[in-house]
Write a protein that binds this ligand. Structure first.
Ligand code: BGC
Length: 356
């Protein structure tokens, strides 16, 4: 099945499973009527990682095409700042709020504040827990973890116990827990059978590559070069881990996973220092979220694809499909989909043609 078609089919199948309609009316409804264009407030955790700049640009472009204006705030991984960003957006009388939470639990307060002002909230990519959230749009995050771990298991030698290092994401991000849950599904039975041994594991504060590098260095101090793979939860942490490996002459000798199909990760994959990444078609997420947010801003109903429990309510949710990317299918996935240009991905190779 062609890649694009696969993604469309995957999301349509999910959408047929359950259909829910969400809408919230409140005091800001009058503001929508009085204003020529709907106003969307986008509160982001950070813009430091490549993926989030892409999300922002795609979201804003699609919202503008739909005739909406967007006010964007970025909290630089700081909960207090993200709460004040949301307060500022509420006082600008936005018609809907789209939040990428730094901390999914801490942002429940922001959702409550928005609701007090009659503003509906869409959680983008990361869940906001313990609140009456209106809509959640993301990728199949547990599947991401499963695919990372399955890749690792399939690509390690079979004849002896495999030693691995696990680098998780930020504990404050619900997605990081889901990635781990998906990885555990694959790994726990093998760990119990003694086929895999975890020699070191840790959580990466704020998903920062420099923190992941420290975790990888601690693993090297503990196990020397005596491990086979680093199960890194995203490309940022993979990048940090690979720096630590490089300093010890181990880059390319130890399998490293990732996620996000960041350009630098795709370059590392074709150069052989990272084994895989997961491509999450951000344009689908950002565009569909902009469409949903514009409808919510106009107090029009949104049909969703399922429901996810956020510990308080079953949140109407939309989950999109993901794809494993390796050296072998780089051209047929991220390049074919226009996510990166071949010239950029293969730029750092001495003989670009011959290496493909
Ligand atoms: C996102 C990942 C991203 C990570 C760090 C997660 O919530 O789903 O795509 O790599 O945050 O920003």
């Amino acid at each position: 099945m062609k890649f694009r078609i696969f993604l469309v089919v995957a999301s349509c199948v999910v959408s047929l499973i359950t259909g829910f309609v969400i809408s919230r009316s409140g005091s800001s409804t009058e503001a929508v009527g009085a204003r020529a264009k709907p106003l969307i407030g986008l509160s982001m955790d950070t813009l430091k990682e490549e993926r989030w700049q892409g999300d922002r640009d795609l979201f804003v472009t699609r919202a503008r095409e739909l005739g909406a204006d967007v006010l964007v705030q970025s909290a630089n991984s700081d909960d207090t700042r993200q709460i004040s960003d949301v307060q500022a957006l509420i006082s600008r009388r936005v018609d809907v709020l789209v939040i990428v939470p730094h901390n999914g639990a801490a942002m429940a307060k922001a959702v409550n504040m928005a609701h007090d002002a009659g503003i509906p909230v869409l959680a983008y990519d990361r869940l906001i827990t313990d609140c009456d959230l209106d809509l959640y749009m993301t990728f199949d995050n547990e599947k991401v973890g499963e695919l990372q771990a399955q890749f690792l298991v399939n690509h390690l030698l079979k004849e002896r116990t495999k030693k691995i290092v696990r680098i998780y994401g930020a504990k404050t991000d619900n997605n990081a827990l889901l990635y781990k849950r998906g990885q555990d599904k694959v790994l726990t039975p093998l760990i119990k059978k003694g086929e895999i041994e975890v020699v070191h594991e840790d959580w990466t504060q704020d998903w920062r590559p420099e923190n992941a590098k420290k975790i990888a260095s601690a693993a090297i101090t503990k196990a020397g070069a005596n491990f086979d793979a680093i199960l890194a939860s995203n490309d940022g942490t993979a990048g940090g881990a690979i720096q630590a490996l490089s300093e010890e002459g181990l880059a390319g000798k130890i399998l490293v996973t990732g996620q996000d199909a960041e350009l630098s990760a795709c370059q590392r994959i074709v150069n052989g220092t990272q084994a895989m990444t997961i491509y999450k078609p951000l344009s689908q997420l950002a565009k569909q979220a902009a469409e949903a947010a514009t409808k919510m801003a106009k107090r029009k109903p949104v049909f969703t694809l399922g429901k996810i429990d956020n510990k308080k309510v079953e949140v109407p949710s939309i989950l999109l499909g993901v794809v494993v990317v390796t050296k072998e299918n780089m051209m047929d996935t991220v390049v074919k989909d226009g996510f990166h240009k071949a010239a950029d991905v293969y730029r750092s190779l001495p003989d670009a043609q011959g290496s493909r």
